[in-house]
Design a protein around this ligand. Structure first.
Ligand code: GLV
Length: 311
C-alpha cells in the first residue's frame, strides 16, 4: 500500500509536522527530505515548499500535493509537476502575521519612527509635522484571504483603505477596484501600498516604473508577496529619485537576497528574509488533516488550487 506522506521542504526537518499530523491521524509513514524519502513509490501525498524541479514527478504513485505556502508559484513553476490535485494551506496564523508585518512597517513610516530615531541619536527633542491618519491612504494589492485581513485591519485603525483584485469584490468598509483601469486608480490614491498578490503570469513585474510613477509622491511600499512582482531597477530608480519615500521588502527576485544586492544597504529600504508570514503547523495543520481524511475517504478536497489562475 502506497500511503506515505513526504515532507518536501529544506526549511526544517519536518518532525513538528509529523507530530501534529499524527496527533490527529494516528501513526503515519512520514518521510522527510532531510531524513530520507526511501522508496518514493510509496508516497501518496507530498507536503511541499519549493521542491526541486521534477522531484514530485518522480513520485510515481502520488495522489495529492499540499502546498506548505499559501502562495503556490513555487509549485507551478515546475513544468514537470504531476497532474494530481493541488491544495494549499489556509493558515490563520500566517495570515495574522502578514497583516502585522504590513501594519508594523506602515505605522513606522506613518509615525516617522526612523526620523525620530535619527533625532534621538542627535539628542534632539523635536516634534515633526504629522500626517493625519484620515489623510494617509492605504492600498492593498490582492484581496484574497491575506489581503482582506490586512485591509480590514488598516481600515479599523482609521486609514482610508482600498484594495485591488483581478475580479470585482465587495468588502464592507473598503473601497475596491479591479482590472487594469482599477489598478491605475488604486495606485493614484495609495500613500502606502501593500502588495499581497499571488505571483502569476499576469502579475509578474506588475510593480514597474509605470506603477511607481502612478503612486503619489512620497508613497511607501510594503512588498510581502513575491519578489517577482517587482522590477528591481525600477524600484531603485523610484527610491533614488525621491518619488518613493521607502520600501519594506520581505521577498526578492532571488532568495536569499545576494550579498551584493543594493537593497541591503539602501538607506530607504528595509530588508527582511521572507518572514512576513511563516507557515505555522498549529494553524495550518487542520486544513491539511481535513484534506488527508477527504483524500482517503474519496471526498471532495478543500482549499484547492486552480493551476490556470495560479492560486
Ligand atoms: C509564503 O511565502 C507563502 O506562500 O505562504
Amino acid at each position: 500500500m502506497s500511503n506515505a506522506i513526504a515532507y518536501v521542504s529544506r526549511d526544517t526537518d519536518g518532525l513538528h509536522w509529523k507530530k501534529v499530523l499524527e496527533d490527529a491521524l494516528g501513526p503515519l509513514d512520514f518521510r522527510t527530505l532531510k531524513g530520507g524519502l526511501g522508496n518514493t513509490d510509496d508516497i501518496e501525498i507530498a507536503m511541499a515548499w519549493k521542491p526541486d524541479r521534477g522531484l514530485l514527478a518522480s513520485f510515481r504513485n502520488i495522489r495529492l500535493i499540499v502546498s506548505l505556502g499559501m502562495g503556490v508559484d513555487h509549485l507551478l513553476t515546475d513544468d514537470r509537476l504531476p497532474d494530481v490535485p493541488i491544495v494549499r494551506i489556509m493558515d490563520d496564523g500566517l495570515v495574522g502575521q502578514m497583516s502585522e508585518y504590513a501594519i508594523f512597517w506602515a505605522l513606522r513610516h506613518h509615525r516617522d519612527i526612523d526620523k525620530y530615531a535619527e533625532l534621538q541619536r542627535a539628542r534632539t527633542w523635536k516634534a515633526l509635522d504629522f500626517v493625519d491618519t484620515i489623510h494617509r491612504r492605504v492600498g492593498v494589492l490582492g484581496l484574497g484571504v491575506i489581503g482582506q485581513d490586512t485591509a480590514r485591519k488598516f481600515a479599523a485603525l482609521g486609514f482610508p483603505t482600498a484594495g485591488w483584485s483581478r475580479t470585482a469584490k465587495d468588502l464592507p468598509g473598503i473601497e475596491t477596484f479591479h482590472g487594469q483601469d482599477g489598478l491605475a486608480a488604486l495606485l493614484a490614491r495609495s500613500d502606502i501600498l501593500v502588495n499581497v498578490l499571488p505571483l502569476t503570469r499576469d502579475t509578474k513585474g506588475i510593480l514597474d516604473a509605470g506603477a511607481f510613477a502612478a503612486l503619489p509622491k512620497g508613497a511607501y511600499l510594503v512588498n510581502m508577496a513575491r519578489g517577482g512582482h517587482v522590477v528591481d531597477a525600477d524600484l531603485l530608480a523610484a527610491l533614488d529619485s525621491g518619488h518613493l519615500a521607502g520600501a519594506a521588502l520581505d521577498v526578492f527576485n532571488t532568495e536569499p537576497l545576494p550579498a551584493d544586492h543594493p537593497y541591503w544597504t539602501h538607506p530607504r529600504v528595509h530588508v527582511t528574509p521572507h518572514i512576513a508570514g511563516a507557515t505555522n503547523p498549529r494553524t495550518a495543520s487542520p486544513g491539511i488533516i481535513e484534506n488527508i481524511r477527504r483524500l482517503r475517504a474519496g471526498q471532495p478536497l478543500i482549499n484547492t488550487v486552480d493551476p490556470k489562475t495560479g492560486y
